[in-house]
Design a protein around this ligand. Sequence first.
Ligand SMILES: Nc1ncnc2c1ncn2[C@@H]1O[C@H](COP(=O)(O)OP(=O)(O)OP(=O)(O)O)[C@@H](O)[C@H]1O
Ligand SMILES: [Mg+2]
Length: 396
Amino acid sequence: MNPQTTPVTKPPVAASGASAGAAPSAVISRDPAVERRESGLTINRARKTFISAEGKQVKAIDDVSLAINSGEFFIMLGPSGCGKTTLLRSIGGMETLDAGEIYIGNQRIDQLPPYERPVNTVFQSYALFPHMSVADNVAFGLEMEKKPKSEIRSTVADMLDLVHLADMGARRPSQLSGGQQQRVALARALAKKPKVLLLDESLSALDFKLRRQMQTELKRIQRETGITFIFVTHDQEEALSMGDRIAVFHNGRPEQVGTPEEIYDKPVDRFVADFIGDINFLSATKTGPNEVSIAGQRFNADSSVLSHAVGEDLTAAIRPERIDVVPQGSPVAAGRPTLTGTVTDAMFMGFDTRVHITLEDGQTVMTRVAPPFDAELIKPASRVQLVIDGLVRVVE
Ligand SMILES: Nc1ncnc2c1ncn2[C@@H]1O[C@H](COP(=O)(O)OP(=O)(O)OP(=O)(O)O)[C@@H](O)[C@H]1O
Ligand SMILES: [Mg+2]
């Protein structure tokens, strides 16, 4: 392959794990069809305001309506303080809404005490009982409900099997690794067969590799049980790789709800575009019904320009991996508009190299090149040409 025309290698786009078609295990859902119909969660116009220590009103949940499907791996993603935990606690019953309703299936749950709600929570801190064995920890909720001994024994065995800890039931939590303790917490939460499982930053105490492993495990467990998972995180990579759908929260409300691909490729506004992944914001002007100009060059735009008038100044939002960079003077695809610029710096990131480029009009662009690439592309002061792959999206 001629390195002069080698396109920038694109990192794989996260797949939206499709839980819908997965076979639920008999362990949790004895009649999966019924379980699924009954376990969708609906939030209707929920509000919660706190008064801060300084006496200021904080709208932690600001008129939120959401419909989460049965058996869905649903992610609530957003920056610190955007209301994720407050909403999760309101579903679990640890927090009371000021207004609004929460339903699971047709059952209104927001006025029920926590223990009557068919939900359970996995906390970041695991909250295991240190003096009890793993098996007793998992059995705890069932013991409290005074379930028959034989049922408890078989559920505990099923749950430990599910989280791959079948041979560790006799250990104490202190004799387990962080990841194993997390699995016990999960087994304990699932033992009561909740319709909805709430997970608040549940993996954030784990180191990077273990976290990746547990993400895969959680997806498997969710698929096998068919239980609706609502998972809170502020890690966008975790959200993209795990969620069937993601709600991106900002200031107490979801700014966008969609599949990982929708959120990544079609962000509805600048906040979402900026929060998820790397992105370039470039000044653009609408020059035709489906066309924008950037630094004097015309590009085809996607449906996001339709609501704007010709002549309007806009912001184009372009992911680095959609920008192919080639040395100036290279043959590029015939008829494709190109931008020209100068490399200002390059940063080696392992898998690829981030290249910063200043365009003719002074705007800066970040793109990535992965080997094999022409050495010119990462040399400061090199003159380069940029080709935008696909349609240009604009944001407010
Ligand atoms: N008990 C409380 N009293 C007063 N303010 C609160 C209380 N709980 C939460 N808040 C405020 O409500 C807002 C939302 O908090 P919340 O804990 O839900 O955010 P979060 O999205 O979970 O953030 P993080 O990612 O940091 O966990 C924040 O401004 C927070 O300071
Ligand atoms: Mg929180």
